[in-house]
Design a binder for this molecule. Structure first.
Ligand SMILES: NC(=O)c1ccc[n+]([C@@H]2O[C@H](COP(=O)([O-])OP(=O)(O)OC[C@H]3O[C@@H](n4cnc5c(N)ncnc54)[C@H](O)[C@@H]3O)[C@@H](O)[C@H]2O)c1
Length: 318
C-alpha cells in the first residue's frame, strides 16, 4: 500500500486531498498543528482513517516522524491568511519558508518518490501582464506572497541540486464546501446569505480573481504527483486555475442566485484596499500539457456545491 503524507491535512484543501487519497487506497499520514482550526479530518469524518501527527512543520523531529516511509508528500501546511501573515511576518516565514525547507530536507534524506509543494498565484505579486504564466518573474510585495515565492524557489532548487522529484503548485483562489476560513470571500458571502444578513465586503466589489473549485485543485495535486513518477514536471512550477477572472460583484451575484437572497452586500470601501491586487488569473496550459488536467467544475456548479455544504454546516456565528 502506498503511503502519502499531507502536511496541513486539517486545512481546507488538505482535508479534501486526504479524502481522495483514502479513496484511491493510500495509507495517509497528516501533519498539522495541535488544535488546527480547520478540523478537516473531523468535518469529513476521517479521524479514524488517518495517522495524525500533531506538531509544527518547522520542527525537524516532528517532520522526520511524518516523512518516515512516505512514498508521496503533499506539503500544504502554511499560514494562509494574508492579514494575519502581515501581522506576524516572522511566524509566517517560520511556518511557510522554514517549514518548507524542513519538509524538503527530510524528504531528501528519506528518498521520497514525489513531493508536491503548495506555492500560490499570490507569489507572482502585482503584474501588468495577465494571465500569469510560470515563466513570469515572481514579484511579491506582502509577507504572505513573499513567503510563498521563497518556498516556491527553494523547492525547485531541490530538484536541480539533489534530484528530489519535486514540483510546485501555483493555484488560483480555491473555494468550495469545507473552508472554515470565514475571512475569505466565498465562505463569508455564502454563510451571510444563508443566515439572512448582509455580507461584509472589504472592497468596492471590483477586484477580479480566478476561482477554482476545490475538487479541481485536488485533482491538480494528484495529476502532478502522478506525472512526477514519470519525470515530466520535476523542478517545475505549475499554475492551476480556470483562466477566467471574475469580479467580487459577479461572485456575490452567483451566490445570491444560489441562495435566493435579495440582500445587497455591505461594501466597506469605495475602492480596492491598500496592498490588494486588482486583477489576478492564471494560464494553466503547462499543467494541462504535462498531465492532461483541466478544471471540470463550472462556477455555477461549484457555488451550488458550496451553498449546499454551508447550509448543512449551519451558521458559524451562532
Ligand atoms: N485556499 C486557497 O485559495 C489557496 C490558493 C493557492 C494556494 N494555497 C495554498 O494551499 C495550501 C493549503 O491552503 P488552505 O486553503 O487549505 O489553507 P488552510 O489555512 O485551510 O490550511 C493550512 C493548514 O496548515 C496548518 N498549519 C499552519 N501552520 C502550520 C505549522 N507551522 N505547522 C503545521 N501545520 C501548520 C494549519 O493548521 C491548517 O490546517 C497553503 O499552502 C496555501 O498557501 C491556497
Amino acid at each position: 500500500m502506498a503511503r502519502a503524507l499531507v502536511t496541513g491535512g486539517q486545512g481546507f484543501i488538505g482535508g479534501h486531498l486526504v479524502k481522495e487519497l483514502l479513496v484511491r487506497g493510500d495509507e495517509v499520514v497528516v501533519l498539522d498543528l495541535p488544535g488546527a482550526p480547520g478540523r478537516a479530518l473531523e468535518l469529513h469524518g476521517l479521524g479514524s482513517d488517518v495517522e495524525l501527527i500533531e506538531g509544527d512543520v518547522s520542527d525537524r523531529l516532528v517532520v522526520d516522524r511524518a516523512v518516515a516511509g512516505a512514498d508521496s508528500i503533499f506539503h500544504l501546511a502554511a499560514q494562509t491568511l494574508v492579514g494575519p501573515a502581515a501581522e506576524d511576518p516572522v511566524g509566517t516565514f517560520r511556518s511557510n519558508v522554514a517549514g518548507t525547507w524542513t519538509v524538503l530536507e527530510a524528504a531528501r534524506e528519506e528518498g521520497a518518490g514525489a513531493v508536491v509543494v503548495a506555492s500560490s498565484d499570490k507569489a507572482y505579486g502585482p503584474s501588468e501582464s495577465l494571465p500569469y504564466r510560470e515563466g513570469d518573474e515572481l514579484r511579491p510585495t506582502a509577507p504572505y506572497e513573499g513567503s510563498k515565492a521563497a518556498a516556491d524557489v527553494i523547492s525547485r532548487s531541490y530538484w536541480k541540486s539533489w534530484g528530489l522529484p519535486v514540483a510546485v503548485t501555483r493555484l488560483a483562489n480555491v473555494y468550495g464546501g469545507g473552508d472554515l476560513n470565514f475571512s475569505r470571500l466565498i465562505p463569508e458571502v455564502v454563510t451571510a446569505y444563508l443566515a439572512d444578513r448582509e455580507p461584509q465586503i472589504r472592497s468596492d466589489g471590483s477586484p477580479q480573481r480566478d476561482f477554482l473549485h476545490v475538487s479541481d485543485a485536488v485533482f491538480a495535486y494528484l495529476a502532478i504527483e502522478g506525472a512526477l513518477g514519470e519525470g515530466a514536471p520535476r523542478g517545475e512550477a505549475l499554475n492551476a486555475g480556470t483562466g477566467q477572472p471574475r469580479s467580487v460583484r459577479e461572485v456575490i451575484e452567483q451566490i445570491k442566485a444560489a441562495t435566493g437572497s435579495n440582500r445587497e452586500p455591505d461594501y466597506l470601501l469605495d475602492r480596492n484596499p491598500d496592498g490588494e491586487i486588482d486583477q489576478q488569473y492564471v494560464d494553466a496550459t503547462r499543467l494541462t500539457r504535462a498531465t492532461g488536467w483541466s478544471p471540470n467544475t463550472s462556477f455555477e456548479e461549484g457555488i451550488n456545491e458550496a451553498v449546499d455544504w454551508y447550509r448543512d454546516y449551519g451558521d458559524p456565528h451562532k
